[in-house]
Design a protein around this ligand. Structure first.
Ligand code: NI
Ligand code: MN
Length: 229
């Protein structure tokens, strides 16, 4: 069993009934978040890159829950410099088992600077095995050909892909990504939060019908249980 709680933008809480993790914990400043960071109870915090709309409230949530922050070496070091005491550095291509499940870092074509402190390594995506399901969170990324390889090597149950354009893939490239990844279910993310990433998720759904994947648009705060195969 795996439940996915969508908090808008690229922020998802995964819950298998035993453990909970949050990916890209952008709550403060996220117009769509239905929870406050202090309400988030998780065992781990996964962060794709250091941009504020992804790093979000990672350090605060980690401190409050003693939850481990998982990300690239550079990002976890950055979090430590901001007061985090429980981090686990990884890097692209590497996988590791944790109590809640398995995490593998995938490439993402994107930056990871914090703004104030300059570059903080590179961006990544995550493959997460949890609750008997395989989740792929692409992070912020443009379309890249090795998504085909990620699709070949993994039977993805749910892929989360950005569709907002400007900073990441737009809808047409995201549909191409779905063709490469071949997930059972695809959830669009990273749209409509800011004026420059306005996109219509229904148009994405319509175009995804040309693939073998099922598109699912989640409402903000909706809890979606991944269906059994
Ligand atoms: Ni970004
Ligand atoms: Mn972003």
């Amino acid at each position: 069993m795996l439940k996915i709680n969508y908090q808008g933008h690229s922020c998802f809480i995964l819950d298998d009934g035993k453990n909970k993790i949050v990916i890209d914990p952008f709550f403060n400043g996220n117009p769509f978040a239905t929870m406050k960071p202090e309400e988030v109870e998780v065992d781990a915090v996964l962060v794709t890159h250091c941009h504020y709309d992804h790093l979000g409230d990672a350090v605060q949530i980690s401190q409050k829950n003693n939850a481990v922050i998982i990300g690239t070496f550079e990002l976890t070091r950055y979090c430590e410099s901001k007061g985090a005491t429980n981090v686990h550095p990884m890097h692209i291509g590497g996988a590791r088992r944790f109590d809640f499940g398995e995490v593998k870092l995938t490439p993402a074509l994107h930056g990871s600077g914090s703004g104030e402190d300059g570059a903080v390594g590179v961006a990544c995506g995550f493959l997460v095995k949890m609750g008997g399901k395989l989740i792929y969170h692409a992070g912020d990324t443009g379309l890249f050909g090795d998504m085909h390889l990620i699709g070949d090597l993994n039977e993805i149950d749910v892929a989360m892909v950005p569709i907002g354009d400007n900073f990441t893939m737009g809808i047409r490239d995201a549909v191409k990504a779905v063709q490469f990844l071949r997930p059972r279910i695809v959830i669009p993310m990273h749209y409509n939060t800011f004026d420059v990433i306005k996109a219509d998720p229904q148009e994405f759904l319509r175009l995804v019908q040309s693939t073998k994947s099922q598109g699912v648009v989640l409402n903000y705060g909706e809890i979606y249980e991944v269906p059994v195969k």
